[in-house]
Design a protein around this ligand. Sequence first.
Ligand code: ARG
Length: 483
Amino acid sequence: MSQNQFDKKSQAWSALFSEPMSDLVKRYTSSVFFDQRLWQADIAGSLAHADMLAAQGIIQAQDLAAIEQGMAQITNEIASGVFEWKLDLEDVHLNIEARLTQLVGDAGKRLHTGRSRNDQVATDVRLWLRGEMDLITGLLTDLQKSLLEVAEKHVEVILPGFTHLQVAQPISFGHHMLAYVEMFSRDAERMREVRQRVNRLPLGAAALAGTSYPLDRERVAKTLAMVNDAGEPQVCQNSLDAVSDRDFAIEFTAAAALCMVHISRLSEELIIWMSQNFGFIKIADRFTTGSSIMPQKKNPDVPELARGKTGRVVGHLMGLITLMKGQPLAYNKDNQEDKEPLFDTVDTLKDTLRIFSEMIGGQINTDTGQKEGGITVNAEAMERAALKGYATATDLADYLVKKGLPFRDAHETVAHAVKAAISHQVDLSELPLAVLQEFNPNIEKDVFDVLSLRGSLNARDILGGTAPRQVRLQIAQHGQRLA
Ligand code: ARG
């Protein structure tokens, strides 16, 4: 036989088929042009399986040696780009196995003993995703560190905090950054939790029912580092479930979608803050683009795209979860459709996290060792905006409460004071003491301490509050956590 026996797909299964697939059906059913990115996981899984087959006496030591040697060559071929991927061979698994058999003969044909592509693909996707999730967790750490650096530099910078996008109360810009650190720290926590369920071994489930060979599944799990924190092997306990459920991929995509939603909220704020009407921040030019018609423009393309790509990842979550809903046990080819959304989710999230770390915190300049190019904060513009919306009205109400007024009455009194300030076009702190005293005779000179932005900020010295003292404590804690 001059050609490998797998070269024609109609021959890959058996002599049972009386006609070859049409080209359209081949194209429709094959996955090799996207699932080839699983190649490293596929080879690692095969090597662990072969090692176990030999240890169990199911294949000979020389078969194992031949498989290892063949896989080493295939690794080189794929890594150097000379490996010839064939559509006719449908997917990554059959392509690699066919090449192995071409290289090492019968030993290659023995590799698939006690295994099916059903447990093979489920193993590959889990192994691949585990590696990507570890990268994502690292990127989440980088992003948190960037935000933390910006927070640290701007603890004392005051901006208006909004509710309903209306000026509400003054807050520290550092505090605002820390809100996102909290969100991304939960995203990292979620990734670590989901990882425990991703990191379980389907191999040994075979096609659906298990296998009659005496496989040592725990050995394979250990070889592939599918172990828990105590080092115990993590093996899927039901063969039907092992080959068919993709809940681990759905869970991951849900965590990724949430993370993108956090990025999207941050994007929205960056976009608002850098509009001329706010002028709170600038982002470095390399994250913006100009307009082809309006020469004055610098558009925040990166945050806008991140906001847009969030929709795409949320869509992948919908796609994956819908993919599962109608499937009877056990494996169905529907599951081949899990890959593109999963791959794109990983790519989109990784790129977005990387670019945000840099856009916010800047990049190390290798000459100076200093970080450069992060966001520039216009503290003056922020403070000016905070002075505009009567942001310390709550503080005046709290002041009156401390003088003995019930809070609801204090609220009403301050509403009158704000009305007066608006009609005079001044801030509350600019109303003369005598005018303030008309609203409540108990108001004294010390009222001006609470009416200042800084007084208002310092007053919120409670765990989780915006007082600079609290913000510094939080920064120190996050710094330790991320060290
Ligand atoms: N390419 C397939 C997938 O992604 C591999 C498993 C195929 N199994 C089968 N019985 N056809 O799911």
